[in-house]
Design a protein around this ligand. Structure first.
Ligand code: C2O
Ligand code: CU
Length: 478
């Protein structure tokens, strides 16, 4: 495996600079709830999706929401109420998780921790208020290494009250697929060799279901790109040669607008980025969208300019920061400090871990489908990482004592990085952060909402293979 070019990519630096500069603007803004959006149905069922690769379009067997991959684009305005009447028409149980949103615990969809999975033929209503604007997504949270890979995900946008002026808003969904030589989805899931390494990496990377996707642009326009990495395990380090997009949000959270200036934009599994891109190319020209992945350097797509110039004249004008979302104040001086030792996988030092209340050696763990652990426990979820009080500031120092990168995701609360390796940082608020091998990253958040909130690697095979735990937030009453 070619090493992933983390070193010198400036990911940390940019995140940190943007976060620091953005501090001042992250005030609290009261929201008046708007009229509730009407309830809508969402059905999970087997389906087929056209993927464009090679010289043709291939119909691939999937499991999906409302018949398409990605599922329907769910779009709301901040302050709206999400109300979804979900129905499971798959042959196995499932549940829907609203990644990056902050619902009450019972609506989080993290089956079986926060709800029983929805059985085949059964329904469940998900309903909660949308308090944060931004680019989010929803996906299955049950047997994800199988269900999510097959296509059970979709994008969820919560518009700002006053969104920035752009000519167009473009959603780019990044996925990678394992396709067999005869053009089908490879359904040999659960390969422990993959689980012990980087996870299930595809041989076909797509943007909006196309390899080498053509993204049409008109010279002179300003567009907002919403990038969402829905891949099981793949990391994309995106490059926009010929354009200089400006980062305005990470994981839905506004950051101080910062031009990429040629630095790659790194998106780990589960992460999102919002960019403002001014179409500065000339009519008829083409500019690439390239990426480094964990294994390759690939052309993901092209920005293809139409023959005529156009746009509303916004391109080149100043880019104002997005409206801040309400975020709590971190009380670092009195924080509850926790450590999360990440271990296991191939080429690791782990010799065994606890599972089902007893110590198991590696061979026995692998027999149980486990090969990773947090603090010596291989993801059995019998006890929380910690019980914390509602309102308490929590700092988790995560230590990646493995040979692989991981994308650590916290449910129900957004965190800031406060330390990365030997440096104090002031990261932007996020819900998922990428850690390279040997990284030590401290995240801080306020335990805002009572309930059981998962903290796991979003490389789904790593999660299923043991990299999951949860925080139990107890209400003040206790
Ligand atoms: Cu995107 Cu635990 O989830
Ligand atoms: Cu991982």
């Amino acid at each position: 495996m070619k090493p992933f070019p983390f070193a010198g990519t400036g990911l940390t630096r940019r995140g940190v600079l943007a976060g620091a500069a953005g501090l001042a603007s992250l005030g609290f803004t009261a929201r008046t709830p708007l009229a509730a959006a009407s309830a809508r149905r969402l059905v999970a069922a087997p389906g087929r999706q056209a993927l464009a690769f090679g010289n043709a379009s291939h119909l691939v067997d999937t499991w999906c929401y409302d018949g398409t991959v990605p599922g329907p684009l769910l779009r709301y305005r901040v302050g709206d109420r999400l109300e979804i009447d979900f129905e499971n028409r798959l042959a196995e149980p499932t549940a829907v998780h609203w990644h990056g949103l902050r619902p009450p615990n019972a609506m989080d969809g993290a089956a079986p921790l926060t709800q029983s999975p929805v059985d085949p033929g059964a329904r469940m209503t998900y309903a909660f208020d949308l308090s944060d604007a931004g680019t989010y997504w929803y996906h299955t949270h049950f047997r994800g290494w199988n269900q999510q890979d097959r296509g059970l995900y979709g994008v969820l946008i919560v518009d700002e009250i006053a969104p920035p002026k752009v000519d167009r808003d473009i959603v780019l969904v990044l996925d990678d697929w394992v396709i067999t030589p005869d053009g089908r989805l490879d359904t040999r899931f659960g390969d422990m060799h993959e689980w012990a390494h980087a996870g299930r990496l595809g041989n076909l990377a797509t943007v909006n279901n196309s390899r080498d996707a053509a993204v049409p642009l008109t010279a002179g326009e300003r567009v907002r790109l919403r990038l969402v990495n829905v891949a099981n395990a793949q990391i994309f380090a995106l490059q926009f040669a010929g354009h200089d997009p400006v980062l305005i949000a990470e994981d839905g959270e506004p950051v101080a607008p910062a031009a990429l200036r040629g630095e790659p934009l790194i998106l780990g599994p589960g992460q999102r980025a919002d960019l403002i891109l001014d179409a500065t190319g000339s009519p008829g020209s083409v500019a690439p969208l390239d990426a480094f992945t964990l294994t390759d350097e690939i052309r993901l797509g092209r920005f293809v300019y139409g023959a005529m110039a156009g746009g509303s004249g916004l391109a080149g004008t100043e880019i104002a920061p997005l409206e801040p979302n309400a975020r709590p104040v971190l009380d670092l001086a009195n924080a509850r400090r926790l450590e999360l030792h990440m271990e296991g996988g191939a080429m690791g030092r782990m010799r065994g871990a606890m599972m089902g209340g007893r110590m198991m050696g590696m061979r026995e763990l692998v027999g149980q489908g486990r090969i990773w652990a947090f603090n010596g426990v291989a993801g059995d979820m019998e006890a929380p990482l910690a019980k914390v009080r509602r309102g308490e500031t929590v700092v988790v120092e995560m230590i990646n004592d493995t040979a692989f990168p991981h994308a650590m995701h916290l449910h129900g609360m957004h965190f800031r990085e406060i330390r990365r390796n030997d440096r104090a940082v002031e990261g932007s608020w996020r819900d998922t952060t990428v850690m390279a091998s040997d990284d030590r990253v401290s995240i801080a958040f306020v335990a805002e909402t009572p309930g059981k909130w998962m903290l796991h690697c979003h490389m789904i095979e790593h999660q299923a293979g043991g990299m999951m735990t949860y925080l139990d937030v107890a209400d003040d009453a206790e």
